[in-house]
Design a protein around this ligand. Sequence first.
Ligand code: PMP
Length: 402
Amino acid sequence: MSKPLQARIASYTTAKEARERGVYPYFRPIESAQDTEVIIHGKRVLMFGSNSYLGLTNHPRIKEASQKAIEKYGTGCAGSRFLNGTLDIHIELENRIAAFTGKQAALIFSTGFQVNLGVMSCLTGRNDYLILDEYDHASIYDGTRLSFSRVIKYAHNDMADLARRLSVLPEESVKLIVIDGIFSMEGDIARLPEIVSIAAQYGATVVVDDAHSLGVIGKKGAGTASHFDLNDQVDIITGTFSKSLASLGGFVASDADTIDYLKHHARSLIFSASMTPASAASVIAALDILENEPQHMEQLWSNTHYAKHLLTEEGFDIGESESPIIPIYVRDNEKTFIITSLLQQDGVFVNPVISPAVPSDASLLRFSLMATHTFGQIEEAVAKLAKAFSRAGVVRVKERIK
Ligand code: PMP
């Protein structure tokens, strides 16, 4: 390896240092299915860090659909959708997604990340604008780097800032406002009614990334536009199959012409292999469950309310969450790692989120609920959280007020 590259790799010490201190929290190998309890190093650990909001990743009907798809189509498609990699179940899934999101058409990609790369990079040109909430997901930001248009960031959920920034842009330019429906770390919901009205005032198009909203809000879990009854005002919806829909892959849904345009321009679609048959079939089976069994979403919300109630009673700072994603603020990177590690030893898995993913004074534990958690599991996790905070010497809001 060349000396400059060796030097660059050697200069990265953060992970090494965390390992030396025994608090490295990433790439923890799970030895079981992603359920409310998982096995790590042979030990039972309560899972409060999953994006499987409806708890469907180990559902027998979804597993069966995926196995049947392997039997029929094999394990891979050996090519891109554009050429030899389109299966009839890809088309079936696109039709299901279009109907589910209330749009004319949909296009599926191999991951949600690739959806955002494709959509951001090819809908705007040199004299156009992508207008993003500062807390939008990394895949949206990375997509803008592949676009030749200008990127404008507005303060998180700050509608006055959004309007101010739009008001100075040229009328004839393409302007895409791109937002997370539910923000992935903070768990709050985008101010969609105001956003669509500001967009209409300044001639902008709205794109909502519903990665964390599907199966969580809206009619039968159809997402943010449905939640606010604004389907007609949201032009483009993107999303992933890797969370509530228990699989892997992603989609964009819109009017038929926009989808046809994306089909022929989105490079992350055209130059990448298509979704595996098993992944596509499992999403179809998961959609069947979402559309016919409302009890999963109801239970998710009942668990969310219960967890919020307990966390607030225990005096944790949980920000402005409006969803099953609950940030528990620590506001110190090192202590966030220490608490994550103490919790892991005590049998609870949570995700640490530190800078640069969030501002350094906003480091947090991302605590997320699943429909399949029991109240007993939630009580156990909250009690262990309180214990870990005390052992790490982190003062909770309740204690600060005393
Ligand atoms: N958008 C958002 C808001 C996300 O949180 C994520 C994944 N965390 C993605 C897109 C990417 O989805 P995928 O996992 O399917 O690549």
